[in-house]
Design a protein around this ligand. Structure first.
Ligand code: HEM
Length: 436
């Protein structure tokens, strides 16, 4: 656990040798060391996924691309997350979140927030990225197939009946078939700014860059995007809900900000007011999301392999060894953050701006040429979730104490976080008013 790593760090410093599944691994912490690793992508270090992950994600995925090919692929993807594209996804994201909150609050029993957030982030990815409008039944089937795929991404590459690897391959093939069918059935969308979903943008962007994506490339790309979005966004959503429950004063300040901006009247969100520019300009909301991602970093770090022998903080890293840059430990030990363990959104306010000392102290989305492509989409999703929670939801913790949080495979509460979403009559009537 992190206690083990903390004690090794105290003993050996910010760069030290440890082991992962019997192989030596160098663990790297601290803004300056992490900066060197991330800036050394393609020269000092490169990605090197286990065989199962490489096969399941496929040769056309970003994860498996390096150098120039990686750079070109990212360029094609960039448009999927442009301001214009995000603006066009916004109503769908809001709709998916509202639908989930409605289901949560119609349940008289407490819900498991982490499990439901996984479902919510998967639905968001499928609707926004693929533009699928599938039935509840089909969505459930897709979701369980996708879970089989994710559960076996890191399995031993033994292709035998009943092996995890075979299960993962079967899940991948089912998902690819589904996606291919949806792509073939896709109506020809209008051109230009009126984006419908990320797949449309992706195809258009490829054309603009002088290539056409093959069906295989499209299928691998969409599965990779859903994979990258799924667990990370679910973890962050759960942490956000937990922090709003723990800190009612923060929730109240969010409501005040919405009221002050004319977005909230009598506990009701004003219809049509929520544009991308408005959402991004909500300063306190921005601080809250940043602080959730600092203290509850969904991705603890990422792995690379040394392409040559090099030295970091006085420690020699031999060629071929694995290197893990730690995001969580870097956040936890950054001296720029005062009272580092406290949940304090104001540390990101204009007056204090504790992250101004260089970007590698604060890196929930990684950094360098492999930094998160979906960062804007992820923060937009979290902002809308917070707005919806602050404006129309009533919710309370259903257990006597807040659960312990574990960090593997991503940060989440041990019991999933049991929360009762209250069925609020004014909520229902507000919603009805909203629809008019
Ligand atoms: C709160 C949510 C999220 C967090 C904390 C997060 C974090 C990260 C981090 C740390 C990396 C870099 C990993 C590395 O250095 O190897 C990364 C990469 C990536 N992320 Fe995210 N992510 C989130 C959501 C998303 C979403 C919603 C999408 C897309 C829909 C996405 C797409 C990607 C992709 C495609 C990469 C690989 C980029 C490359 O290899 O060039 N992420 N993410």
């Amino acid at each position: 656990g992190s206690g083990f790593h903390a004690s090794r760090r105290q003993k050996y410093g910010n760069v030290f040798k440890t082991h992962l599944l019997g192989r030596p691994l160098i663990r790297v912490t601290g803004a300056e060391n992490v900066r060197k690793v991330l800036m050394g992508e393609h020269t000092l270090v490169t990605v090197d996924w286990p065989q199962s992950t490489a096969t399941l994600l496929g040769p056309n995925s970003l994860a498996n691309s390096i150098g120039d090919i990686h750079r070109k692929r990212r360029k094609v993807f960039a448009k999927v997350f442009s301001h214009e594209a995000l603006e066009s996804y916004l109503p769908k994201i809001q709709q998916v979140i509202q639908e989930s909150l409605r289901v949560w609050s119609s349940n008289p029993e407490p819900i498991n927030v982490y499990r439901e957030s996984q479902r919510l982030s998967f639905t968001m990815a499928v609707r926004v990225l693929l533009g699928f409008r599938v039935s509840e039944e089909e969505m459930r089937h897709l979701f369980s197939t996708f879970q089989d795929f994710v559960d076996n991404l890191f399995s031993l590459p033994i292709d035998l009946p009943f092996s995890g690897y075979r299960k993962g391959i079967r899940a991948r093939d089912t998902l690819q078939k589904c996606i291919e069918k949806a792509i073939r059935e896709k109506p020809l969308r209008s051109q230009g700014k009126d984006y419908s979903d990320a797949l449309d943008v992706l195809m258009e962007s490829a054309k603009e860059n002088g290539t056409e994506l093959t069906m295989q490339e499209l299928k691998e790309s969409t599965i990779e995007l859903i994979f990258a979005a799924f667990a990370t966004t679910a973890s962050a959503s759960t942490s956000l809900i937990m922090q709003l429950l723990r800190h009612p004063a923060v929730l109240e300040r969010l409501r005040e900000e919405l009221r002050a901006r004319g977005l909230l009247h009598n506990g009701c969100l004003m219809p049509g007011e929520l544009t991308l520019d408005t959402i991004v300009s909500l300063k306190y909301l921005d601080c809250v999301i940043k602080e959730v991602l600092r203290l509850f970093t969904p991705v603890s770090g990422a792995y690379r392999t040394a392409m040559q022998t090099f030295e970091l903080d006085g420690v020699q890293i031999p060629k071929g060894w694995s290197v893990m840059y730690s995001i969580r430990d870097t956040h936890d030990t950054a001296a720029v953050f005062k009272d580092v363990d406290a949940f304090d959104p104001d540390r990101f306010s204009q007056e204090r701006c504790e992250d101004k000392e260089g970007r590698f102290h604060y890196l929930p989305f990684g950094g360098g040429v492999r930094s998160c492509l979906g960062k804007q989409l992820a923060t937009l999703f979290l902002r809308i979730l917070a707005i919806e929670l602050a404006s129309t939801s009533r919710f309370e913790l259903a257990t006597r104490q807040f659960p312990r949080v574990v960090t593997v495979p991503v940060m989440h509460p041990v019991d999933g976080l049991k929360v009762l979403f209250l069925h609020d009559l004014s909520y229902a009537s507000n919603r009805r008013r909203l629809c008019l």
